[in-house]
Design a protein. Structure first.
Length: 670
């Protein structure tokens, strides 16, 4: 009986265990079924998309960057293809060891390693970074044979930016470079469509037209949809949308003229801007010294950057756009125009010039070369009378001078189509209050400060772009334009050209009779005044005005002759001009820093520009050499026809490109 009872209890326990085990199995099976439903039904679309993305990769194809050409079709910025050796840091275990091993296969210099390290510090989640660029055919073959040794390292085909004429026009063309973190942050503010178009883009314009017209030059990014293996290698192409190359910029610049002016400056510092007063097109935009933009394409090395950045001549400074200077006597025709337009002085009014002008117990003097005697407005401009314009400034006052000349483009940005322009200074009482707002004791404008404004000194400071714009308005009789460097934008796919007209501003209401007085006086400067020798026997009539502006202020009792020994303290040489007088086609402003009298250095450069544009004449080598030394007034050699003179460096365009292995035109343009 006891045995049966125990057996019954054991059987009950067994059934309970079986039931519990069955319930556990059913529970686990339920979990599996639930998970299966979750994965295969509820989350099917999500996981299918993720699986497909692992199998299919969408690779952006960066378009060819647009070309930049001058007004005659000369290519100033182009592209060429070559191979680069690139490392994906996320796929390399021992980065330093890999680089050392690569150096045994392909030459990798110390500067290549420094550049790679800098790019590595700046990059975030990038696919690959170049350790060597522009590989030769032999280097490509050597690496390909040993590629199995270097996981995460590959050769890619890239487009490289090239500036065939090197230093010529570097400041206006600019250059491209790798996108840095601050630029990436700024790009986050772009429209979604624009940002998507830059997927895969590693290089953008950094300066000049490359920067200002970045989106025109970039083009439209394409894509390639490829099926990949488990190892990430492309198996086959599923879809393809070709990129659209960037538009071509056709400039108003004549690059042969640009190169000539840069050559005429020689080793001297300065700037020149030449504008067509009929439409605002810029014909030459020179800043000297200049630099080679090709240095920046691959990422400039530390030594070259230090050399450029620490150079006392500041070759990276765009003097035409950002250099401000006192205009000196080139300001006098503008003062005369302001006096006529405001009715403050009749052109026939005669002022006795005794070579000194006294005001408030202070005597304002004239250069020793000035001639004493009675002078009306025309003679005052022709002889560059200081006393005449001292008295005129006193009569007008600082605010009237400002209000009359600000519409000519002085003391404000011209809004030219490149970035970085400065405003300069056309002083007024309000300007001084704002400028010295942290120093109330200096805010008051004193009447004596107005006197020196009349001869282009004092607080007056303008760029050569502003001066050229002002005299373009004088030359055209009041027509005003925003100066433009780009003439046309060409769609290379549709073969359509879009004209980029200079924005016309409301013309100034200048009286033709007043304009004729200024034109006649400035023409007199070239016939009987300070620039007569520079324009001797010119086959056209031009108007001009020389200027000599102090680079440093003189202390009380100090003579200029005492500081001439220091070349960088010598006066600046300036010249403003337009031609022909009857129907002006060009207006310009030029400065040669620390070169003395405007008639000696600046005026001869202007003569060469007019000879080129109006007479089709290119100076002889002897004249160029003399002009570089500031020793020439008139042609002494045999001039050449413009058409017969080749472009400087035209036989060696893109010198670095032929040394590299040719590659398919794909990848980022540099």
């Amino acid at each position: 009986m006891v045995v049966l009872k125990n057996l019954h209890q054991e059987l009950s326990r067994f059934r309970l265990r079986v039931l519990a085990a069955g319930a556990f199995v059913l529970f686990c099976f339920g979990l599996l079924v639930t998970r299966l439903v979750w994965l295969q039904v509820i989350q099917y679309d999500n996981f299918a998309e993720r699986a497909e993305s692992n199998r299919i990769a969408v690779v952006p194809i960066v378009p060819n960057r647009g070309l930049i050409k001058d007004r005659n079709g000369v290519v100033l910025a182009s592209n060429y293809s070559a191979y680069t050796l690139e490392i994906n840091p996320e796929k390399v275990v021992d980065l330093d060891g890999t680089i050392e091993a690569l150096g045994q296969v392909i030459e990798i210099q110390a500067r290549d390693k420094r550049r790679f390290k800098r790019l590595l510090d700046e990059a975030k989640h990038t696919d690959s970074l170049p350790i060597r660029t522009k590989l030769t055919d032999e280097e490509v073959a050597r690496f390909t044979a040993q590629r199995f040794r270097f996981p995460g390292v590959e050769i890619k085909a890239r487009l490289f930016r090239s500036y065939p004429l090197g230093e010529v026009g570097a400041h206006l063309i600019g250059y491209i470079g790798r996108i840095n973190q601050s630029e990436k942050k700024a790009m986050d503010e772009w429209e979604e469509e624009d940002l998507a178009n830059y997927r895969g883009t590693e290089y953008i314009g950094k300066l000049g037209l490359e920067q200002a017209y970045e989106k025109e030059l970039h083009g439209t990014t394409g894509f390639e949809q490829v099926e990949t293996s488990a190892g990430g290698r492309a198996v086959r192409r599923l879809d393809h949308k070709p990129p659209t190359p960037g538009n071509t910029l056709n400039l108003s610049i004549d690059i042969k003229l640009q190169a000539l002016v840069e050559q005429l400056f020689g080793d001297r510092r300065g700037a020149l801007v030449a504008i067509d007063p009929r439409n605002g097109e810029v014909l030459a935009f020179v800043s000297k010294p200049t630099f080679d933009p090709n240095l920046f394409v691959d990422g400039i090395d530390a030594d070259s950057w230090r050399e450029l950045n620490e150079d006392i001549d500041k070759p990276l400074l765009n003097r035409a756009l950002r250099g401000t200077y006192p205009p000196g006597s080139t300001f006098k025709p503008l003062m005369a125009m302001a006096a006529l337009n405001s009715g403050k002085r009749d052109p026939r009014t005669v002022i006795m010039d005794n070579l000194t002008y006294s005001f408030g117990g202070r005597t304002f003097s004239s250069p020793e070369t000035d001639r004493a005697g009675p002078k009306d407005m025309r003679l005052a401009i022709v002889t560059s009378s200081n006393v005449y314009f001292y008295s005129l400034a006193n009569e007008m006052g600082v605010d009237l001078i400002h209000d009359q000349l600000e519409p000519f483009g002085l003391g404000r940005k011209t809004e030219i189509d490149v970035q970085g322009e400065v405003t300069g200074v056309l002083p007024s009482q309000e300007w001084k209050r704002n400028y010295f707002r942290k120093s109330p004791a200096n805010q008051k404008w004193f009447a004596g400060e107005t006197i020196s404004l009349g001869i282009g000194q004092g607080y007056n400071n303008f760029t050569m772009l502003q001066m050229a714009t002002a005299y373009s308005t004088i030359a055209s009789g009041g027509l005003r334009f925003k100066p433009r460097l780009v003439r046309e934008i060409e769609d290379v796919v549709k073969h359509e050209q879009r004209r980029v007209a200079s924005d016309a501003l409301p013309p100034l209401p200048l009286k033709p009779a007043d304009v004729a007085i200024i034109h006649n006086a400035m023409n007199g400067v070239t016939l009987e005044g300070t620039s007569r020798l520079a324009f001797l026997n010119a086959p056209y009539q031009s108007g001009g005005k020389t200027g000599t502006a102090q680079a440093v202020g003189l202390k009380a009792g100090e003579k200029y002759s005492n500081i001439k020994a220091d070349e960088r303290k010598r006066d600046h040489s300036l010249y403003v001009a337009f031609a022909p007088v009857d129907q002006p086609r060009v207006a310009l402003a030029v400065i040669v820093e620390n070169a003395g009298f405007g008639s000696m250095s600046a005026a001869p450069i202007a003569r060469r520009v007019f000879d080129y544009l109006l007479a089709g004449v290119y100076p002889s080598e002897e004249d160029i050499a003399k002009t570089q030394l500031g020793q020439t007034f008139a042609p002494i050699g045999t001039p050449r026809r413009v058409a017969d003179v080749p472009l400087p460096g035209s036989s060696g365009q893109a010198a670095s490109a032929p040394q590299a292995a040719s590659a398919p035109a794909s990848g980022a343009s540099r």
